[in-house]
Every structure is written in structure tokens, then in C-alpha cells.
Design a protein around this ligand. Structure first.
Ligand code: SF4
Length: 473
């Protein structure tokens, strides 16, 4: 069994690079994926090709973390100056090696390498349509539907980028795409901009990545974000842009949970620093849910910045109450129900001297099912806290996500069937406060967001049936 904290998962991280000087890019993709590992830990892969050589692709992918799948030997066997990388957590499609990305497609116009982050809500219909006209699918992921659509459009269009634009006209849902045709690197973001994608530059190479933290890791400078709906094409002529699929700014819908939890705090999304957003969320909590206390602490890691914000706004001192064991990975053996070891205690321990005899405000980023918060509250009480006040830097989850985030169905969400007072009693804290929905827009610097899982209202009509994991049937 694996360690399963009560948190949603992001689906994927994508990365692409084109080095005009002809240098091999596989090791740079490796480090880029390493920086994006928090976005997906089930499988990963790298595909590279040589823009001047024969149209051959070197591909390696497998189950596991980036540093488990790749080593010095296999990385140096991947030859080519253009390439695509991917790390994955599955929300649609099984967690099996065949579903790992990047996908590589050979077709009449050459070879296509593709990495995708997000979920399509019409993948089912598109898949059926393609299957009836002869497509034979190798995987159970919706990314393959996108690859097929692009390949089919490419036969009818003059350029690979026009094929991507034409394919986008048929796609509904969330996608950040990195595509490599033999001599072009193409990046695309869905018109709503659910998922982030940015452009970087290092020497004579251009990079596309899910988050700016990957650019920092490889020593690249940030050039700009890919805009929601934009298709960027990178080749030896430079960067070109197609904005024919862009919506008006107020129709866009960035996933606000990228700011609250998914993205790394050192990342900037559409010009807004994620750490600053989390500080702001903490400040809002202090304004909207104040309480007298002696110390503010965060549940590591993503609760820490919001706790700092709460402390700054309230004047109550910030403290560190938890020591986290960072080595709890995918293969961690979950303790048996009856055993004395608790999964939560294996991962977190309380610094007794910090909380003993104190009224504690504890900030966490979210509560999904409510399966671990009670144990964390109890641990703080056991360590001697006289009061424990819980504050959550997101609103209550009341609805599922169809756009690539693993937020489960309504019946599993504690806030869907309980009031805040009832949740407080289940968790066993003295008081409980959530971020107000009206505050969410400010976390993205006022840019339009999706907040469907907090309101039940989605920017796109949700499918009538739960499409998540549909290909597993
Ligand atoms: S429903 Fe929630 S998790 Fe899904 S894209 Fe919208 S804000 Fe993000």
C-alpha cells in the first residue's frame, strides 16, 4: 500500500526543448522533469530526436519517479537536440507503463512527440469517432486522442502548427501541450488556460515547461507565459504565435488550485508568484476568520506560506510546529489499522515545546475527505496545545473536477454533505474557518479563474456522466 495523504493530485508536468546549436537535450529534460516531479509521480518519460539527422526518435519511459526511471547510462543513450518530457499522475486511464508519456506517433508526415497535462471532457466522443474511421489506440489515455487528431489534421494542412490549431477546434477541456514535429517545437494551452505553460531560453535553446521553477532549475531565463488559447511555434526562424483560439480575458478559467496547492511556491503563473498568492490567502483568512491565539503554524509544506500570511496580518507570532519526514514516498508501506504506528505520525511529528500550553492556529491548504485532519489536530492537542483552531486556505470542496485534477466525486467530499460546524466536530478542533469563495479571484491577480470544485459551476458544461477513468471500464 502507498502513503495517501488527504490531498488532490495534479495530473502531469510537461517539458520541451529545442537546442539550435545541436547539443543533446535529454539531460536538460531530466532536470526539468525533476523540478516538475510534484505534478506527477507515477510515471515519466523522455523522447528526443535530431533535427538535422534521420527522422528517428529515442524514447524511454517507465513507471516511477524521474530518478528511478533514468540514470546516467540510459540518459546518455538518448541522442537528439529536440525533445519532450513528461511526468504523470493518472486521473483518466490506468496507471500502467503503456499509458506513460510522451507519446510518439509515426505517420506519413514524419514523427510526432507529444506530452499533455489536463483532461478532455469530450475524449470519449472523439475517441469513438476516430476508432470508427480506422484509428487503433495503443493506450487508454485521452492524450492519444489529441495526438491522433493532430496527425490527421497535419495531412490536410501546410504546417504542423496549423494542424495543432485545427485539432484544438475539436478539443473540449483542459490541456497544456508540448508537441515536437521533426523540426519544430510547439506549445499550446487550451482557450480557458486551465493548465499553466511558459517559455524559457538558455543560450541558443528554447524551452517550454509547465512551471517557471523548471526554467530556474536548468538555468534558463523566463521569456513569457503561453497565453490561454495560444499556439507557439519554435524553430530556427524564432518564435511565432497563433492566437486564433484565444478567448476574451474574462472568459478564461485558470485552475485556481494551481495557486493554492499544486504549483511550487517559487513558480510564477501568468505573472503571479504562487508564494505571494498563498501569503495573500493567509491574510484573507486572518481578516475573515480571526481568533485569539498565541501562535500560528502551517501544516507542511503548502500550509506554511498561508500561515505566514495569517501571522503577518494578525500580528500573532508564526511558528514551526511540525517536523516532516520527506522520505515517505510511493512505496511506503501503510501501517495496518490496528498497529500502533499511524500513517500521519510517520510523516509528521509535532515539536512539543512550540505548542505546549498554547492556543494554536493551524493552517492547511485543503480538506478533501477529512481523513487525516482529525489525527493532526489530535497530535497537536497531545503535545499540550490548550486550543487548536483550524484555518483552510481554500474554500470547501463541494464538487468534483473534470479538468485533470483528482478531486473525487461529491459523495466522498466531506464538505459536500456536512456543514462547517459538523466538519469542525468531526475534526475535533475548537474552531474551523475556510477561505471565502469571493477571495479566490485575488489569488490569481484578478485574472479569470475556474473555481468549479468550490462552487459546482464550471466554465464548460460538465459531462453528464463521470468521465474520469472511463477507459478503464
Ligand atoms: S474544478 Fe477546481 S481543481 Fe478543477 S480546474 Fe477548476 S479550480 Fe481547478
Amino acid at each position: 500500500m502507498t502513503w495517501e495523504p488527504d490531498k488532490p493530485h495534479e495530473e502531469c508536468g510537461v517539458f520541451g526543448i529545442y537546442d539550435f546549436d545541436g547539443n543533446d537535450v535529454a539531460s536538460t529534460i531530466y532536470y526539468g522533469l525533476f523540478a516538475l516531479q510534484h505534478r506527477g509521480q507515477e510515471s515519466c518519460g523522455i523522447a528526443v530526436s535530431d533535427t538535422k539527422g534521420p527522422r528517428k526518435v529515442d524514447l524511454l519511459k517507465g513507471m516511477g519517479l524521474v530518478n528511478e526511471v533514468f540514470d546516467q547510462n540510459n540518459i546518455s543513450s538518448l541522442k537528439g537536440n529536440i525533445g519532450v518530457g513528461h511526468c504523470r499522475y493518472s486521473t483518466a486511464g490506468d496507471s500502467i507503463p503503456g499509458n506513460a508519456q510522451p507519446l510518439v506517433l509515426n505517420y506519413v508526415k514524419g514523427t510526432l512527440m507529444l506530452a499533455h497535462n489536463g483532461n478532455l471532457i469530450n475524449a470519449n466522443e472523439l475517441r469513438e469517432e476516430l476508432a470508427y474511421t480506422g484509428a487503433i489506440f495503443q493506450t487508454t489515455i485521452d492524450s492519444e486522442v489529441i495526438a491522433y487528431l493532430i496527425a490527421r489534421e497535419r495531412i490536410k494542412t501546410k504546417t504542423a502548427e496549423q494542424a495543432v490549431v485545427n485539432a484544438m477546434k475539436k478539443l473540449k477541456g483542459a490541456y497544456a501541450l508540448v508537441v515536437s514535429s521533426p523540426r519544430k517545437l510547439i506549445g499550446a494551452r487550451d482557450p480557458y488556460g486551465f493548465k499553466p505553460l511558459c517559455i524559457g531560453k538558455r543560450d541558443n535553446a528554447y524551452i517550454l515547461a509547465s512551471e517557471t521553477c523548471a526554467l530556474d532549475t536548468i538555468g534558463a531565463e523566463f521569456v513569457r507565459d503561453v497565453e490561454p488559447g495560444e499556439v507557439v511555434t519554435i524553430d530556427e526562424k524564432g518564435i511565432r504565435s497563433d492566437k486564433s483560439m484565444c478567448l476574451k480575458p474574462d472568459e478564461q478559467a485558470r485552475c485556481v488550485f494551481e495557486y493554492i496547492y499544486f504549483s511550487r511556491p517559487d513558480t510564477y503563473i501568468d505573472g503571479v508568484n504562487v508564494y505571494d498568492s498563498r501569503i495573500m490567502a493567509g491574510k484573507f483568512l486572518a481578516m475573515d476568520s480571526p481568533v485569539d491565539a498565541d501562535i500560528v503554524v502551517g501544516v507542511p509544506e503548502s500550509g506554511n506560506a498561508a500561515a505566514m500570511g495569517y501571522a503577518m496580518q494578525s500580528g500573532i507570532p508564526y511558528g514551526t510546529a511540525f517536523v516532516k519526514n520527506s522520505y515517505v514516498g510511493r512505496t511506503f508501506i501503510k501501517p495496518q489499522q490496528k498497529s500502533r504506528e499511524s500513517s500521519v505520525r510517520v510523516k509528521l511529528n509535532v515539536l512539543k515545546e512550540v505548542v505546549k500550553g498554547k492556543r494554536v492556529i493551524m493552517i492547511d491548504d485543503s480538506i478533501v475527505r477529512g481523513t487525516t485532519s482529525d489525527r493532526i489536530v489530535q497530535m497537536v492537542r497531545d503535545a499540550g496545545a490548550t486550543e487548536v483552531h483550524m484555518r483552510i486556505s481554500s474554500p470547501p470542496f463541494i464538487s468534483e473536477c473534470y479538468f485533470g485534477t483528482d478531486i473525487p466525486s461529491k459523495d466522498q467530499l466531506i464538505a459536500n454533505h456536512r456543514t462547517i460546524d459538523e466538519i469542525r466536530d468531526v475534526i475535533g478542533c475548537d474552531s474551523l474557518g475556510y477561505l471565502k469563495v469571493e477571495r479566490l479571484e485575488e489569488l490569481s491577480g484578478g485574472q479569470a479563474i475556474c473555481k468549479g470544485c468550490f462552487t459546482g459551476e464550471y466554465p464548460l458544461e460538465p459531462p453528464t456522466e463521470d468521465i474520469r477513468g472511463v477507459y478503464q471500464k
